[in-house]
Write a protein that binds this ligand. Structure first.
Ligand code: SF4
Length: 327
C-alpha cells in the first residue's frame, strides 16, 4: 500500500528529494530511493510498503538483542523490504536488497496479536525500520496508546528531525554501530556521524539503548579504532550495553568467520570501558550473562534465548548499585 512520504521536497520536472536519511536521494519520476521502498510517482514521494510485512514473529526480546529491557519477555516482531545501507555481510539480504511478496496487515490487528500472545509490544526489525518511517511511526503511536512498548532495531542512519519525531513513541532501541571509521561507513554506504548522533540522542532522551557491533575480520578489527568506539560509548554512558557479535561469511562478504580469540580480546578490552558487555553468535560460558558492575554478583544468566533472572529491579540486591535495567 502506498502512503505519501514524510520528509521530502518537490523539485522541478516532477523530481523529489527525500530528506529522511543522509543519502538525501534525488529521485526522478517513476524512480526509487536507495532504500527501494520510497518511490516517486508523478512527482509525489510515497512510502510503498505501508502496512505490508514480509515477516511477523513472536521473538524473545534477547533476540533483538536487548538484554536489559524486560529480560525474558517476548515481543511481536515485524519487518518489510529494503535498506538504506549496502553491507556486503548483510544477514537479511534476501529481504533487504530486493522486493519480495508482502502480506498486508492492519495496525489494530497487530495490537490484537500482541495482546493475545502477551507480547510486551512490538519490535520493528529484520530490515531497516527507519525507511519504513510512516508505518512505524503510525503503528508506534497506536501501540503506545494501548500501553504497549515500541522497539526499533536499526542502523541509526536517519536524519535529526525525523529521528526526534519518531522517538516520541519509542521505548527501546538496539543500534548497529558497524565500525568506527569514515572509510568503513563509506564502504557500507552509511554515515558514521549520523549513527553516532542517533545513539547519543536516543540515550539522552531516556530511550533504553543498547548497541551491537559485528566484528568482521580485516574490515573493522583495528584495535585502535575499537578503542575510539569504546571511548565514544563510554562518554555517553558506561551503562550502555554493548553486544559484540561474531561474523560468519554471508552474502557478498567472503572473509572467514571471526576468530574466537579475537572475539575474546575485544570482549576483555570493552569490559575495561563499559559496565555491560556481551558476546553474540558464540557459545562461551559467562559471555551472555550480566554481572553487577560493582560487586560482581550474577544478575541474569543466559543460555541461548533462555533467561534466568536472579536479580529483579534496577538495584543490585547485594550492594545496592543502581543498574541499567527495565523490568
Ligand atoms: S530514506 Fe531512502 S529514499 Fe530517503 S534518502 Fe534515505 S535511501 Fe534515499
Amino acid at each position: 500500500m502506498k502512503k505519501e512520504a514524510s520528509y521530502y521536497k518537490k523539485l522541478v520536472d516532477n523530481s523529489v528529494q527525500c530528506l529522511l536519511c543522509p543519502h538525501l536521494c534525488i529521485i526522478k519520476d517513476k524512480g526509487s530511493g536507495i532504500c527501494l521502498i520510497r518511490k516517486n510517482i508523478d512527482g509525489t514521494l510515497y512510502q510503498t510498503a505501508y502496512g505490508e510485512v514480509v515477516s511477523v514473529n513472536l521473538d524473545p526480546i534477547e533476540k533483538k538483542p536487548l538484554y536489559h529491557f524486560y529480560p525474558g519477555s517476548e515481543i511481536l516482531s515485524i519487518g518489510t523490504n529494503g535498506c538504506n545501507l549496502r553491507c556486503s555481510f548483510c544477514q537479511n539480504y534476501s529481504i533487504s536488497t530486493k522486493e519480495t511478496n508482502r502480506q498486508k496487515v492492519k495496525i489494530d490487528d497487530l495490537v490484537m496479536l500482541a495482546k493475545k500472545h502477551n507480547s510486551i509490544g512490538i519490535a520493528y526489525t529484520y530490515n531497516e525500520p527507519t525507511i519504513w518511517y510512516e508505518f512505524v511511526r503510525d503503528t508506534a503511536k497506536i501501540f503506545k496508546e494501548n500501553g504497549l512498548k515500541n522497539v526499533i532495531v536499526s542502523n541509526g542512519n536517519i536524519n535529526k528531525e525525523p529521528l526526534l519525531e519518531l522517538i516520541k513513541y519509542i521505548d527501546a532501541a538496539n543500534i548497529d554501530l558497524k565500525g568506527f571509521t569514515k572509510e568503513f561507513y563509506d564502504w557500507v554506504k552509511g554515515d558514521l556521524e549520523t549513527v553516532k548522533h542517533t545513539i547519543k540522542t536516543l540515550f539522552d532522551n531516556n530511550i533504553h539503548t543498547e548497541v551491537t557491533f559485528l566484528l568482521v575480520p580485516n574490515k573493522n578489527d583495528d584495535i585502535d579504532d575499537f578503542k575510539l568506539m569504546l571511548d565514544f560509548l563510554k562518554n555517553i554512558s558506561v551503562d550502555l550495553p554493548l553486544h559484540i557479535s561474531r561474523y560468519f561469511s554471508t552474502y557478498k562478504c567472503s572473509e572467514p568467520a571471526t576468530d574466537i580469540g579475537m572475539m575474546l580480546k575485544f570482549y576483555e578490552l570493552a569490559k575495561e570501558y563499559l559496565n555491560y558487555v556481551y558476546l553474540g553468535n558464540v557459545n562461551i560460558e559467562g559471555a551472555l550473562d550480566t554481572f553487577c558492575p560493582d560487586c560482581g554478583s550474577i544478575l541474569v544468566k543466559r543460555a541461548g534465548y533462555l533467561t534466568e533472572i536472579l536479580n529483579y529491579g534496577d538495584k543490585c540486591n547485594k550492594c545496592l548499585k543502581k543498574l541499567y535495567f527495565q523490568f
